[in-house]
Design a binder for this molecule. Structure first.
Ligand code: PRT
Length: 114
């Protein structure tokens, strides 16, 4: 089940998609196209990385919010939503990332945490 706040964000993005790009940032993003939205997501990710690397938790909080917002717009542009992402994460529950990676490459996973 998607967090209500993420659901609300998704609904807001949907409702603003066809708005005037002069007055809506969401509409402006859609107007610029998927490649530019994806590029914007990358820029926000870099800003989040810089905030983390410099140990600035307050800046990281803001950049992470920008990142999640632009991810929501990108997902919507591809006909996806956080519901799809959370379903995928749910599917992965209980499967160790190391075991999954080893299964992909055909290499056995380490026995312990080494
Ligand atoms: N959550 C957000 C949200 N988070 C971040 N942003 C915008 O994302 C942009 C990111 O800022 P940056 O400095 O990284 O980039 P920039 O200022 O666009 O600069 P450029 O690099 O593009 O030149 C800013 O304009 C923020 O205002 C958001 N814009 C909108 N929303 C939500 O979307 C709703 C609808 O917004 P509008 O479509 O603008 O009405 C809002 O009420 C909010 O709920």
């Amino acid at each position: 089940m998607t967090d209500n706040r993420l659901l609300r964000l998704t609904e807001t993005i949907r409702s603003r998609r066809g708005a005037d790009p002069e007055t809506s940032y969401v509409a402006r993003l859609f107007h610029m196209g998927r490649e530019r939205i994806a590029q914007k997501l990358g820029e926000e990710a870099v800003e989040a990385v810089i905030a983390a690397a410099t140990g600035n938790a307050e800046a990281l909080k803001g950049e992470a919010a920008d990142l999640v917002f632009h991810l929501a717009v990108l997902l919507e542009s591809m006909g996806l939503s956080f519901e799809d992402v959370l379903t995928e994460l749910e599917r992965r529950e209980g499967v160790s990332g190391l075991a999954e990676k080893a299964a992909r490459s055909g290499v056995a996973a380490p026995d312990k945490g080494d």
